[in-house]
Design a protein around this ligand. Structure first.
Ligand code: NAD
Ligand code: UDP
Length: 331
């Protein structure tokens, strides 16, 4: 049998668009899709993203970057669009709440328009924030949430909730294969140094020898998932025949913010002190995903334990810190 021509091989590759490709999660997803043999177009408006995150992808002939705001129409050929465009850190998404809400809602609307025309699948990055300050613990997908619609977090939470509605109706009415992944707190290499979320904040502060800013008494909890585990879960959900209902994705191992601060100090060897700051309004008190659904659907299990994930994140952040900022060792 004659060998397959490079041209035929090229045409047999599947194609993906990743919106928010220059961001923390989006860039890891781009790398995974390229490794899986996809042609990938990454789009981003670079609001919080950084092209440095796409350095490796940029060397791959199967990757192309397209500067684009997800609120504007998009019309490119693709088998699947992974919609990861949206600022995700409270510090960032509250800077321009209008941009945050419209990015979620108009972004989803534009991609539905494209999916109707191009008949492509949509995999949407939703969030545990749809549960708000949850009254149910751990959070199951059947819980409808407890969100303050006029609070500081509403631009993000309600935007994401509305996008879920839009995409679910697009599935019901037009038969679009839209998949909702409710992502819980994820961390890892490539988080922006000024991201403002707790893991990167604590690591940067510890490495600079600055106080770790613990909001409130630090008793609030989160459950942190390493980015490689998250991407594996997204990949598995994408490969399923269908995913008709929203799916939680994260690591159910839960700890308090105060305990996280202690672990970061230990792993960095930093002598930084703890500085308690006022608790931001509507900050969810406890968060832990119930991941029974994703386990049953695709045998997903997070593999990277917090200590290992933090070590890898610390190593990455340390390498990106401006020269001269060295960890101040414990006396
Ligand atoms: P991030 O801020 O690092 O990445 C978001 C990316 O979207 C950035 O590159 C940014 O420039 C881009 N973007 C923002 N607005 C845009 C717009 N209007 N048009 C085009 N691009 C735009 O955040 P992340 O942690 O990588 O989050 C990625 C996605 O995952 C987001 O949709 C977020 O809501 C979701 N998510 C993340 C987490 C997490 O813990 N990392 C948790 C829940 C949900
Ligand atoms: N937090 C903190 N110090 C910081 C940043 C965040 O104590 O410098 C707390 C925040 O109040 C919340 C938790 O850490 O309870 C997680 O915050 P993050 O912004 O990472 O994500 P969230 O889950 O709140 O969206």
């Amino acid at each position: 049998m004659a060998a397959e021509s490079p041209f035929a091989r090229a045409r047999s590759r599947r194609s993906a668009i990743v919106t928010g490709a220059a961001g923390f999660v989006g860039s890891h997803l781009v790398d995974r899709l390229l490794a899986e043999g996809f042609d990938v177009v990454g789009t981003d408006n670079l609001m919080t993203g950084d092209l440095a995150n796409l350095e490796a992808a940029g060397r791959d002939p199967h990757f192309r970057f397209h500067r684009h705001d997800v609120r504007e129409p998009l019309d490119l050929p693709a088998d699947v669009v992974f919609n990861f465009a949206c600022p995700a850190s409270p510090a960032h998404y509250q800077l321009d709440p209008h941009a945050t809400l419209t990015t979620s809602v108009l972004g989803a609307l534009r991609l539905v328009e494209m999916a109707r025309k191009r008949e492509c699948m949509l995999v949407h990055a939703s969030t545990s924030e749809v549960y708000g300050d949850a009254a149910v613990h751990p959070q199951t997908e059947s819980y409808w949430g407890n969100v303050n619609p006029t609070g500081m977090r509403a631009c993000y939470d309600e935007g994401k909730r509305c996008a879920e509605t839009l995409l679910t109706d697009a599935r019901r009415v037009w038969g679009i294969d839209a998949r909702l992944v409710r992502i819980f707190n994820t961390y890892g290499p490539r988080m922006a140094l000024n991201d403002g979320r707790v893991v990167s904040n604590f690591i940067v502060q510890a490495l600079e020898g600055e106080p770790l800013t613990v909001f409130g008494d630090g008793a609030q909890t989160r459950s942190f998932c390493f980015v490689d585990d998250l991407v594996e879960g997204i990949w598995r959900l994408f490969q399923l025949e269908d995913v008709p209902d929203p799916v939680n994705l994260g690591n159910p191992s839960e700890l308090s913010v105060a305990e996280l601060a202690r672990r970061v100090l230990e792993l960095t060897g930093s002598s930084s002190r703890i500085d308690h700051r006022p608790m931001p309004p509507d900050d969810p008190r406890n968060r832990r995903p119930d991941i029974s659904r994703v386990r049953a659907l695709c045998d997903f299990e997070p593999r990277v334990e917090l200590t290992e994930g933090l070590k890898r994140t610390i190593q990455d952040i340390r390498a990106r810190m401006p020269r001269g900022t060295e960890v101040r060792a414990r006396p």
